[in-house]
Design a protein around this ligand. Structure first.
Ligand code: NAP
Ligand code: GDP
Length: 327
């Protein structure tokens, strides 16, 4: 019998990488997607796995759809990756962000408790829950939570609700506190993809300038393809627990810009980059750097792709994607 997994957020960045990983392990993969007139299968297509997914229609804000899906599918593993995942917009759409990222998790946990209580549950938690609790050092599972955005606050609710179902009902629920992870499949709004796309366009003569909100903030950037393995490993343990997943290195946005322009051989990149306050956030998280010792020791997980390899992979993918537009 094939193992079964349900992935929410199947059309996003992490969903396709996780689906590919589980398919290779012989899983039957169900993907929850919202109703669309024209769904965008681009990221699944990129990995060549669209036809291998069993799609189920639902929405994290619609409790009854989750009840029906869990009742019908009864997956052995549920990976909740669906979210309004963009911090930058979470102030403008704070209610929606709360409904999807906080209440959606409660609805899904309730559905599992009622119709498939032995399903193991993974919650996509985030380093954003730490906020500025340590502005120049490492963050781990014991660091204080001080979220700075509606996104981080909603994710903190989901973090505690995931623990609460574990403690109250003995369910197998885990939080993966993942630091930023990127890839050629990353949404274009996020700073890394925005940079690699712009660098490729500038190199190909399709764009003149890149406008950013700041060059100073620091993130612990890893490769999404490495991080989905940690999600899987959490659900294979004897006992449910919460884990930080990070590369351990931190770089500024400036470092990322510099590395990306370096890939295309442009050294005077200051001429192509400008600050636009429109992209500044009402409250900023200045420095994120994770200590993934627990994941390394317990899950035997380690990231493989380095910062430089990640930047190169993303710039090269954008060059390839944009090449056909060059006249
Ligand atoms: P992503 O590319 O933005 O994908 C999020 C997915 O959630 C999208 O497929 C989206 O569907 C889906 N979604 C949004 N609202 C929904 C709703 N109401 N019901 C059902 N699905 C909904 O995000 P990602 O980078 O893959 O991240 C995966 C998860 O990890 C997210 O929960 C994110 O917050 C969390 N996380 C990400 C990072 C990171 O650095 N990437 C770090 C820490 C935590 P559509 O395709 O229909 O829009
Ligand atoms: P986040 O860490 O989940 O918020 O991921 P983002 O990629 O959206 O942002 C990472 C960092 O880059 C944050 O500190 C942003 O404020 C900073 N940043 C600077 N300029 C920009 C920009 O133009 N767009 C985005 N998305 N982030 C920017």
């Amino acid at each position: 019998m094939k193992k079964t997994a349900l992935i929410t957020g199947i059309l996003g960045q992490d969903g396709p990488y996780l689906a590919q990983f589980l398919l290779e392990k012989g899983y039957k993969v169900y993907g929850l997607m919202r109703r669309y007139s024209n769904p965008n299968y681009g990221n699944l297509e990129y990995l060549g796995i669209t036809k291998d997914i069993d799609f189920v229609e639902g929405d994290l804000t619609d409790e009854s759809s989750l009840y029906t899906i869990i009742k019908n599918v009864r997956p052995q593993e549920v990976y909740n990756l669906g979210a309004q995942s963009f911090v930058g917009q979470s102030w403008e759409i704070s209610k929606l962000t709360t409904e999807v990222n906080a209440l959606g998790v409660l609805y899904l946990l309730n559905a599992i408790k009622q119709f498939s209580p032995t399903s193991k549950f993974y919650q996509a938690s985030t380093s954003e829950i730490f906020g500025n609790s340590n502005v120049d050092g490492f963050l781990d599972e014991n660091s204080p939570f001080k979220p700075r955005s509606p996104y981080g606050i909603a994710k903190l609710y989901a973090y505690w609700m995931t623990i609460n179902f574990r403690e109250s009902y003995g369910m197998f629920t885990c939080n993966g506190i993942l630091f930023n992870h990127e890839s050629p499949l990353r949404g274009i709004q996020f700073v890394t993809r925005k940079i690699t796309d712009a660098v490729a366009r500038i190199k190909l003569g399709l764009q003149d300038k890149l406008y950013l909100g700041t060059l100073d903030t620091k993130r612990d950037w890893g490769f999404a393809g490495d991080y989905v393995e940690a999600m899987y490993l959490m659900l294979q343990q004897e006992n449910p627990d919460d884990y930080v997943v990070a590369s351990g290195s931190t770089h500024s946005v400036r470092d990322f810009v510099d590395a990306a322009f370096n890939v295309v051989g442009i050294s005077d990149w200051e001429n192509y980059v400008a600050i636009d306050p429109q992209h500044k956030r009402p409250a900023e998280v200045f420095h994120l750097q994770g200590n993934a010792k627990k994941a390394e020791e317990t899950l035997n997980w380690k990231p493989r792709v380095t910062f430089e390899e990640l930047v190169t992979m993303m710039v090269e993918a954008d060059l390839k994607r944009l090449q056909p537009q060059v006249k």
